[in-house]
Write a new protein. Sequence first.
Lengths: 226, 363
Amino acid sequence: MLTADIWSPIRLTLELAAITTVLLLVVGTPIAWWLAQSTSRWKEIVATIVALPLVLPPTVLGFYLLIVLGPDGLGGLFGGLVGLRTFAFTFEGLVFGSVLYSMPFVVQPIRNAFEAIGERPLEVAATLRASPGDRFLSVAVPLAKPGFLTGAVLGFAHTVGEFGVILMIGGNIPGETKVLSVAIYDFVETLRWREAHILSLGMLVFSFIVILTVSMLTRRSGQRTF
Amino acid sequence: MQTSAQSIMVNLEGRLGSFMLDVAFQAPMRGITALFGPSGCGKTTILRSVAGLRHIPGAIAIGTDVWQNSRSFRPPHERPVGYVFQEPSLFPHLSVRRNLVYGRDRAAGSSGAIRFDDVVDLLGLSHLVDRDPAHLSGGERQRVSIGRALLSQPRLLLMDEPLSALDRMAKDEILPYFEALHANLSIPVLLVTHDIAEVERLADHLVVLKDGRVVHASPLNEALTDPNLPFGRSRDFAAVLAGTVTRVDPDGLAAIDVFGTEILAIGDGLDVNQTVRVRIVASDVSLARDRATQSSILNLVPARIVGIDPMGAAEANVRLSLATDGSAHFVARVSRRSVASLDLRADDRVVAQIKSVSLAATR
């Protein structure tokens, strides 16, 4: 029988990934649009910052997040408003960390999709009386749909697989911050191989499906993801 | 330059990288004005500036409506233009119908003067409206994009080489629609082209550009027959004169009144009172002092010599006027020996023998 020890991390992980993906689509879309459209010389700097989690050791990102989220950082400042001493070791803290950590996986495909549209459809829309906001919603977003799908799938999957950052800022609190990857680590540490097997195999199958989905989306739209 | 209620005024001066654009011209508020010149002469840049897609310092006004001057710049979506790009650029995520109404639904205070059904009829789109743009031919797509531009209720239609991306067959298929457009709509058109055949067939007014400057701007035939412009040097150079069909004879010939002179042409499909463009190729015109009594050439028309321009060592273009007031010019390409032996001089009255007359367009 599977115990609550297994179901709780699964539920928590899906919740974290879902919330993170939604937030990333909301935050990442304007960033991707700006990166695709801007001619500013700051563009590549911003793009680099967004891409940092790709190469940064998760422990490094986690370390800085711990400082930012902690009682002496912004976490303490804003936490005070809602009666918390800190955002570290909370679910909200995990969401914040996951958004940063998975950002490049969402922003990059959407940016590529926006860039692949090119200037012309937007110019056509402009000459057909569409205002900039209207052009974005009625032309750019629908044409970049494959990029949004890819970004959402990758952002979700990458958040599900998150480990290092979570361990640094979330610790291992059951029902609050104990997500799948941490739970597997825990099961192995305590020699509960059966549970570790079940969760690991589940992750394996999940990852396979994700990559297959993304490559099918990419092929259908004829766009590169990375 | 004075703003006139009856003209389109474009006055732009600016640098684009190493390219300098310095143009000023007026185009009439009716008919098709062709912006003609070699590639890289700035014609597309002018069109993009008129649409507001590019901001080059200067002034642009349509009648009394100022779209741009030194103090203001109206963004593209607030300019009532219809822009037809070189490639049809239909929105791939929308059906043909939704492509067509995209601009109409956004046209501010759309009184709907240009109606959906009329545009669909005019451009022959009725069997296409529920299709996906991906399943249309090149010519069909371009027709849809023209319809889409028209339905946005423009005050000015801008066309950037709308035929150049099409193959010969698609071009022949779409040209009659252009002529129908020309005949049925009162919207002025700025047409960018480098194809003289398109100019002869469609343009009423010609702005000739070179290296970012206006070389010449005038009604079509004045430009074509202007000896200072290079058109006359071409082997198949032709003058294009407007005429009206006065009679279609039972033997198939039509009589066309061109500035008071009757010219005969093949009358296939012509109706009386129809306006046509008579195209007179310079090398099809020979000159005589007297009217030949027996000749297979149908059109022997009296004309007056306006000027004689040498073309190379052996030939000359003799510019002729058909009308008594000295207007309506056309050209005869003859040998310089003939000019000498007939002793042709300016102001002489001659008989122009026009071997064949083709109609560049009917409308």
